[in-house]
Write a protein that binds this ligand. Structure first.
Ligand SMILES: *Cc1c(COP(=O)(O)O)cnc(C)c1O
Length: 422
């Protein structure tokens, strides 16, 4: 029998087969397909809560803040779950700050990173009274200082320091290595703080680092934490007080059976002991939402070509770009348990690009036309990265809690495709 990751455990089953049907919480995927059509994104509320609790539980002694990296999934229904749990938000644009405020996040729990914050975005963030800016260059600091002066407010900042560590992950999602566009170079961090100290409208509040994404090993976090601690010691000697140590996000999840997820406690264990008097911020994205969301789609056609077997689905790379973009793996499951012979199959979408696939060389049963497939673990960087490429309207999103099913984004129509066009 196939085991579907850590959530397929006694008592905590968000995905399970019952009498041959795959369920999410207490709802059959086939019923979701009947009600909302396919393709559709489906999320488990209880899985989101469980993932959030794994972070919350590490804060028994230390005061801390869990800022959900909302670029991973910025659906209002998802954000509202997290704001209600007391989470903060890690944002990367004015638009994300707007979404988070609308979803009820306390502005004093919002942090704002990004290498290219525009003056409009900075002004909007200051007027919204967010907790702090994670500043990525000296020119950005100057801009924030100037705009804060104009608005007669003080801007709280942390520098995003690039600790120059190389986590073992896909090259597109490494961010904390020397030569990356992100953050302040490690060797320039101290002088950046000394410069910021002299700025009239800037209040230094923290230090920030984010080394990459889908990291499955605690070692690069430990190395980054030690390097950041050196910076903190040095600048505190020079009269700068650091209140918050923000270690970013990046904890990897289990997409494949051979992988082992990295848990918040493993990161806390390498960071917290370094400090006596700090507040800690985590910015988890993927590890909160990836395994809580799945893409339900159906087989439109089947064919064999060049000795290969293909299933062509109604979901494409515009709906889930991770396989094309990062060569990402998502386990694909037939939603009806099927005893038919398994054959090596490419699961592909309908888009005019050869990189449009959900999975290659998968052992799947010979399915009928209209059979349902679940592309698992697609909650992070799934719907959030979707587009209308090939003029395909955006998909609906559905939230499941126990037996309850709510539509949290309706299916777009053809009229939406030309909405803002002249
Ligand atoms: C993307 C991002 C995160 C979240 O990364 P995950 O791998 O999804 O946890 C956190 N912080 C910053 C600054 C980011 O850019």
């Amino acid at each position: 029998m196939i085991i579907y990751y850590e959530y397929y455990k006694a008592g905590k089953r968000m995905l399970k087969f019952k009498n041959g049907d795959l369920y999410i919480e207490d709802v059959k995927f086939s019923n979701i397909a009947k009600e909302f059509g396919t393709a559709v994104y489906v999320y488990s509320k209880n899985q989101i809560i469980k993932n959030y609790d794994a972070y919350k539980s590490v804060f028994s002694k230390n005061e801390g803040l869990i800022c959900f990296a909302c670029k991973t999934n910025s659906n209002a229904g998802v954000l509202k779950i997290l704001s209600a749990l007391g989470a903060g938000a890690d944002t990367t644009s004015g638009g994300e700050i707007y979404r988070c405020l609308k979803a009820g996040f306390d502005p004093s729990k919002i942090v704002y990173a990004g290498v290219g914050k525009t003056s409009q975005e900075i002004e909007y963030a200051l007027k919204s009274k967010i907790l702090m800016f994670n500043v990525e260059s000296i020119e950005e600091l100057d801009a924030i200082d100037k705009i804060a002066g104009k608005l007669k407010v003080k801007a709280k900042i942390a520098f995003r320091v690039n600790p120059d560590v190389d986590p073992d992950t896909h090259s597109h999602i490494v961010t904390g290595k020397k030569g990356s566009k992100f953050g302040i170079a490690y060797e320039d961090a101290i002088s950046a703080y000394m410069y910021a100290k002299k700025k009239k409208n800037i209040v230094i509040s923290g230090v920030h680092s984010h080394i990459g994404s889908q990291i499955l090993d605690a070692a690069p976090f430990a190395l980054a934490a030690k390097k950041i601690k050196k910076i903190v010691d040095e600048i505190e000697k020079n009269g700068v007080k650091i209140e918050y140590v923000n270690s970013g996000g990046g904890l990897g999840v289990k997409y494949e059976k051979s992988q082992k997820a990295l848990f918040p406690k493993q990161i806390a264990d390498v960071i917290f002991p370094l400090y006596k008097d700090k507040k800690f911020i985590f910015e988890p994205g993927r590890s909160i939402i990836a395994n809580a969301g799945h893409l339900l789609c159906k087989v439109v056609y089947r064919k064999t070509s060049g000795g290969k077997s293909f299933l062509i689905t109604d979901a494409g790379m515009n709906d889930l770009i991770r396989p094309a973009f990062y060569e990402a793996y998502h386990e694909i499951i037939a939603v009806k348990r099927n005893k038919a012979k398994k054959v090596k199959t490419d699961v592909v979408g309908p888009i005019c690009e050869s990189s449009d696939f959900m999975g290659k060389d998968r052992m799947l049963p010979i399915l009928k036309q209209d059979a349902l497939l679940l592309v698992t673990c697609a909650g992070a960087y799934g719907a959030a990265m979707s587009s209308q490429y090939n003029s395909r309207p955006l998909l609906p999103e559905v939230l499941v809690e126990g037996r309850k099913v709510s539509l949290i984004r309706k299916r777009a129509g053809y009229e939406d495709l030309i909405l803002n066009e002249a």
